[in-house]
Structure formats: C-alpha cells, structure tokens
Design a protein around this ligand. Structure first.
Ligand code: FDA
Length: 584
C-alpha cells in the first residue's frame, strides 16, 4: 500500500512540470508535483518567451497571461542585438531581433494574439507553480524522486523526504518526468537518446550594475562582446544579457570543457564583468556564479508505458534561440489534455501514444537548431579575421582592417554584415517557434497533402488549417463588437468545432456526438448575422475550407480533422473523426 495516491505525479517544478501541473489542475485532474529543492529556480536561466508559449498562458487564463506581461520586459526593448568590443567600446554591428524588424513584427502581429517578451525563469516558474497550486495541485518541496516501478494499472514511485530523511511511496496512474537535463525518470524508464552531453562549458555570472548609459540608445536583451585573446587560447566572446532593465545582468562566458569547471571567485567575476562592459571602475554587486555544460541530445521516444518525459529531460541543448523553457511548456500543453481525457474515461490509452509521435520530432528539431546556431557564430569570427591567428595583437589588427579604404576591407565589411544578418536563424526564427505541425494517430488528414512552405520554414510562420497544424489566428468580432482571436474560441481543455454559414449540421453533430461520448464540444459559427463576424475576410482567407466546411480543433489548438464542405451525414463524420482521435 503506497503512502500517497494521486492520478498524475509530476517530478520537477521547472517550466515543464509547473506548466503541466497547472494545466492538469485547470482540467480538473487530481495531481501532485514534487521538487527535490525547497523552492523554484534560483537563477534567471530561460527568458525569451515566444508567442506560442504566451498562447499557452493565455489558455490558462487572461489573469495568468496578464501577470506574465506585468513582470516581463516588453518586446520593444528586446531586439537591438549588438556585437561590440565592449559595451563602452566600439560597436561592430547590430541585428534587429525577436520581431524588432518592422517586417518581422508584422509577421508576429499577424500570427498570434499574444506577444513575445523577456520573462526570466525566476518569474515564469512562480507564476506557473502558483497557478497549479491555487487550482488544486498538491505540491511537495524538498522531496526527491529516487525510483519508479510501473505495472498494468499504474506507477509506484519512491521518493525521499529530505526534511525527515524518510522514504515514501506515491502511487499514481501516470508519472511525468519533468526533472531536467539529468533526468533520472527518463533514465529509469529507459528512453532512447541520440546525441552527446557536455559538448561545451559555460559559466553564468549574475550581477547588479546600472548599465543604462551604455544601452539606452540600443535596448536589447543580448550584447555580444568580442575581445580577442580575452580568454585562454580562445576567441574571447562573452555575452552580456539583460535580466531586468537596466540594472540586473548575466554574463555568459565559456570555459574549456576538457578541463575541470573553473572556480570563479568574486574578484574573477568582477574582472570578467568590467572587461566586457569596458569600464574598469564599474560598481558591481555579484549575486551568484554557476557553471553549466552545453548539451546536444534528444530523446527519440518520449514516453514508455505510463511514464511520460518532457522539457530538458527529453531535449538538452544550449540556450541559443531561447527554446528551452518555451518547448518545455509546450510539451506540457500537448500532454495534459490527453492525460485528462484518458483519466476521465473520455479517451482510450492509445491517445497517449500520440505524445511521443508529436513531441519527439520537435525535440530533435530544436536541439539541432540550437546547436547549429552556436556554429553559426563561426562565420562572424572568420569575417572579423579572428580565426587566422591566436596572437591577440594580430587578431585585433585583422579586425581593425575592416576600416581601411581598400577593396579587401570593403569585401570584409560586406562579409561582416552578411554573417551578422545570417544570425536571424538564432535571433528571429519565428518559423521554428510557430510552425510545429504534428503527424500522429491523434491527427486525421484524410489523405490531404501537407502544404509546402512558400518561404524559409525556420524563419517565417506559415499558418494553415491542415490537420496537425496549430489553428491559424485571426481576429473575429462578436455581435457586440468584441474582438476575439480564433484561438480564444478554442482550447480550455475542450474540442472545438468551427464552421460558417451552411455548417449548422456540424453544430448539431457536435451536440449529438458530444453527448454520446460524454465530452463538452465547443462550437462556433462565423459569418454575417452569425455569433461571430469576419468583417475583414481574414478568417475566410485563413481557414482553407468553404463556408459550410468544418475544422475540428483539439484542446491544444491544433487542428485534428477538417472537411471542406458540409457532408451528407455530419454526425457520422464527426463521430468517426472524434472516436478515431480519442481511441474510443
Ligand atoms: P528544469 O531543469 O527547469 O527543472 C527540473 C526540475 O526537476 C527542477 O524543479 C528540479 O529541482 C527537479 N528535479 C530534478 N531532479 C529531481 C529529483 N530527482 N527529484 C525531484 N525533483 C527533481 N534556457 C534558455 O532559454 N536561456 C538561458 O539563458 C538558459 N540558461 C540556463 C542556465 C543553466 C545553468 C541551466 C541549468 C539551464 C539554462 N537554460 C536556459 C535552460 C532552461 O532553463 C531549461 O530549458 C528549462 O529550465 C527546462 O525546463 P524543465 O522544466 O524541463 O527543467
């Protein structure tokens, strides 16, 4: 007999675990979350929060979304991504990032009702954790996961209460491993991985200093400092990252992974910070120093039986592209509704297989992208002439040569511009953030072919209602004139049917099939003199079906099935689609 029992036990209160717990509680699922430490993230770590993540927070509630914006640094202050010799020194180039370029901003505005922002993990985690606990999640801090055993009916997990030193057992129907990059749950479940851990070493120096005079004219989250010879045998590239504007900062500085992690004392930390800022007398208060390793590893299968892993447990990669906590939260959005439906008897267990089918390809994609982004600094160093020598004097003169009035210098200047602009794949990869399309047994395409990407799929979001894609966002209006995103009509743990004039049969079908399956299906009709108006015609252009057609949208806002026009038997068709998705 276990000491405690619950429906879902989640290990870890990071972005993945806290988001999953918050969603499960919102869907009414009894769940518990544990963390081996007494509190949440102690350092800011992840920060870039993309639109898809903000849509998850919006789905949790406008109060949750608004609180995130309240704590975040807004998008307008994020994007003058600077390359310089120090903050006080010479600027080499700049890349407008994170939707700062007006063309990119237009794509952001067209893609989502939510806004990208900079929200350090020290704010995101408490927000998600508070949401979870206030909505019913049982939490146990200072509780360490040790092992688990699963059988046909559930999972028995052994944990150690670090306050008493006593071991306890927790019985749950499902176990979620959101226990980070060194996941024991993933290891114990025997998930298969590809790639390598520990491909690079980095140190974080968190400090307070007022740097507004160096950044007021170019507000950004990231300042890349190139200082030839500044670290042992290296290129000498440091990152100064804004944590809170403009008096709290984090320096990321590399170390040789083949050597033991360096001991960083206060004096060393202050020297690195003053060198990168370029002000030897800068008043600095060092808050913390930590080292971490760069990983390049992903799970090719993200679940085993009743155990599901997510977040860094299944995708381990460097911070480039800011995908870490974003993808972790989105993993939770994919899994939580499926667990809720299965636990509540509304779906068969095969629905849960779609978690791995849908999220393992995302894990591979983001790990590959984040590591490639690190390599893509190489061409900038090459263009600056930093790879031709290890002599700092020669490296500096190679960099200085770009200012000469010679054909070679003109070519060098062009190369520097081109290589900095190419970093768009790290700093403005809107497609990577928004284009996730699923192929799984919880998606029915009926043989409809996936639309090809008209532009670079990593850089540009291309909305489509092709089953598997996230529902396109456009603004529609209620008969009272309220402006609502099509995404707002969906989600909240429910399936949604979206149709237009001539599609009344789908609404009737939703009622009938919903009753039969015991699920509450939301349904909306868009058209003139209907509950929702498409005055701009944006919805008619985005939906890719005719007025009388239907989109069946899953609770995670991905289209599960669509039909171009009303059919002879809408009830039979909708029933077939839903029973197939739900494994009924
Ligand atoms: P996360 O690691 O956040 O959480 C794991 C949770 O599991 C924690 O609550 C932990 O205590 C708990 N846990 C682990 N083992 C346990 C056990 N045995 N028993 C009980 N609980 C256990 N990303 C980014 O985008 N930009 C950045 O700048 C950085 N910087 C950065 C620095 C450092 C030092 C690290 C370690 C990571 C980053 N990241 C980052 C990555 C980012 O923080 C990461 O992607 C997310 O935190 C992942 O969220 P998870 O919830 O998956 O794991």
């Amino acid at each position: 007999m276990a000491d405690i029992s619950t429906d879902v036990l989640t290990i870890g209160t990071g972005p993945a675990g806290s988001a999953t717990a918050a969603l499960l509680s919102t869907y009414g699922v009894e769940n518990m979350v544990i963390n081996r430490y007494r509190w949440l993230a102690a350092t800011p770590r992840a920060h870039i929060t993309n639109q898809r993540t903000m849509e998850v927070l919006r789905d949790l509630g406008r109060d949750v979304e608004d609180e995130a914006y309240m704590h975040a640094t807004e998008q307008d202050l994020m994007g003058e991504n600077v390359f310089c010799t120090s903050l006080a020194g010479e600027e080499i180039g700049r890349m407008r990032s994170w939707g700062k370029h007006p063309l990119s901003r237009a794509e952001h505005l067209l893609s989502s009702p939510a806004h990208m922002n900079d929200l350090p993990q020290t704010f995101m985690e408490p927000l998600l954790f508070k949401t979870a606990c206030s909505r019913g999640t049982q939490s146990r801090m200072s509780m360490e996961y040790l092992s688990h055993v699963q059988d046909a009916d559930g999972v028995t997990t052994t944990c150690r209460d670090r306050l008493t030193g006593k071991d306890i057992t927790i019985r749950s129907k499902y176990l979620v491993g959101a226990d980070g990059g060194n996941s024991l749950v993933a290891e114990h479940a025997g998930l298969p991985f590809e790639g390598k851990m520990g491909v690079g070493g980095s140190m974080n120096i968190l400090f307070r200093a007022d740097l507004s005079r160096y950044v007021a004219h170019r507000p950004s989250v990231l300042y890349w400092v190139v200082q030839p010879g500044a670290d042992v045998g290296g290129i000498g590239m440091g990152l100064v990252r804004m944590i809170r504007p403009w008096n709290e900062w984090l320096i990321v500085w590399g170390y040789d992974i083949n050597q033991p992690a360096p001991k960083v004392d206060d004096a060393f930390a202050k020297k690195v910070a003053r060198d990168l800022v370029g002000d030897p007398d800068l008043e600095i208060e060092v808050q913390s120093v930590s080292t971490w390793t760069v990983n390049n590893m992903y799970a090719t299968q993200t679940s085993k039986g009743r155990v599901f892993c997510m977040g860094d447990a299944i995708h381990r990669h460097p911070p480039s592209n800011g995908l870490g906590s974003n993808t972790s939260i989105q993993d939770g959005f994919n899994l939580a509704w499926k667990l809720a439906h299965v636990i509540n008897g509304k779906a068969g267990p095969k629905l849960l297989d779609s978690y791995s089918q849908e999220r393992a390809p995302v894990a591979k994609q983001i790990v590959t992208r984040a590591n490639k982004s690190i390599e893509e600094f190489g061409p900038i160093f090459k263009a600056l002439g930093l790879l031709d020598s290890i002599d700092p004097v020669k490296m500096q003169s190679n960099m200085d040569a770009r200012c000469d009035n010679t054909p070679a210098a003109e070519a060098q200047r062009a190369k520097i511009r081109e290589t900095i602009a190419a970093k768009v794949y790290e700093f403005d990869a809107h497609g990577v953030e928004m284009n996730q399309r699923y192929i799984s047994n919880a998606i029915i395409t009926d043989g409809q072919k996936e639309p090809a990407f008209a532009k670079d799929a990593e850089l540009h979001h291309q909305p489509t209602s092709w089953p598997g894609a996230r529902l396109p966002h456009v603004w529609v209006h209620s008969d009272k004139g309220d402006k609502v995103s099509t995404l707002d009509l969906t989600g909240h743990g429910k399936f949604t049917v979206l149709t237009g004039i001539g599609g009344q049969g789908w609404l009737d079908a939703a009622k009938t099939v919903g009753k039969e399956l015991g699920i509450d299906i939301a349904s909306h009709l868009v058209g003139p003199r209907q509950p929702w108006q498409d005055f701009s015609g944006d919805w008619a252009r985005a939906r890719e079906i005719r007025d009388s057609g239907v989109l069946l949208v899953r609770p995670d806002q991905h289209v599960g099935w669509r039909k171009d026009a009303i059919s002879d038997d809408p009830t039979a068709d909708l029933r077939k689609a839903l029973t197939s998705i739900l494994d009924r």
